[in-house]
Design a protein around this ligand. Sequence first.
Ligand code: ZN
Ligand code: ZN
Ligand code: ZN
Ligand code: ZN
Ligand code: ZN
Length: 285
Amino acid sequence: MGYDIERFMGNVNEGLLCCICRDVLEDPLQAPCEHAFCASCIHGWLVHHNNCPEDRQQLAVGDLRPLHRYMRNDLGRLQIQCRNAGCGCTTVCSLESIDRHERDCDYKLMSCMNPGCPAQFDRRNLDSHLAVCEHRSRECPDGCGYTIISAEDLQHNCIAELRTELELLRAEMICRVEETKQEMESRLDSQRRHMVHKESILQGKVEELKSQMSRLMADVRALLASERQHRQDLDQADLEKRELMELLKGLQKEFRSKSNDGIQKLPNTRPLVCLESIKRKPREV
Ligand SMILES: [Zn+2]
Ligand SMILES: [Zn+2]
Ligand SMILES: [Zn+2]
Ligand SMILES: [Zn+2]
Ligand SMILES: [Zn+2]
């Protein structure tokens, strides 16, 4: 859509009007037939038509070109009123600089930036509105740390707010303590199970060692007993050997004295048998 022709000072050349909206060209484009249109107007037309709305000559989007330079210059120099003229702005400036003015125009309607506030004011009055806006927020002057929206100012009660906050924190803390407790308990449980398992393994090993030990002790006892027995046998054999030696010596003495007496006598076989048995005995031991 073009600029409302009513906003322009003086006469506007017919060639600078859009053939579709009949207002002053905005973002102008030109067809090969030299007819000019606002970009949005001709694009809208070509959605359902394939010709120039003025003379019905064939036309496609690709045929459109920028306006002749001299026409663009004429357009840019047209004097136009600010769109906020209705609100009191008296600014009139060239079309090419009107956008810049309107962006910064003091009469531009602006929405209050406080969330939830529907108010609109021109730029000059916005600041005074912001100072009293019911939707403005500020930190509680009593120091409770809450941001109060002005509309709720009267209902604000530091103690109630803090109590609610405290309740929330308490509930959160109880919850966390409970969680930690459960976690610790489960950790302890698993450690306990681990220890019990280890203990039973160790117990088994101790039992095994005990039984090995008692087997060894029994072996040692048996060895000691057999050693004692051997020693007794040795002592016994020693004793017998000494007796026999005594006996032998006695016999030899007797034999010698008898041969000296010249009595020939066959030697007694019995002591010899005894001697044989003595010689054998230590080996058996
Ligand atoms: Zn137009
Ligand atoms: Zn045409
Ligand atoms: Zn203005
Ligand atoms: Zn406001
Ligand atoms: Zn407070």
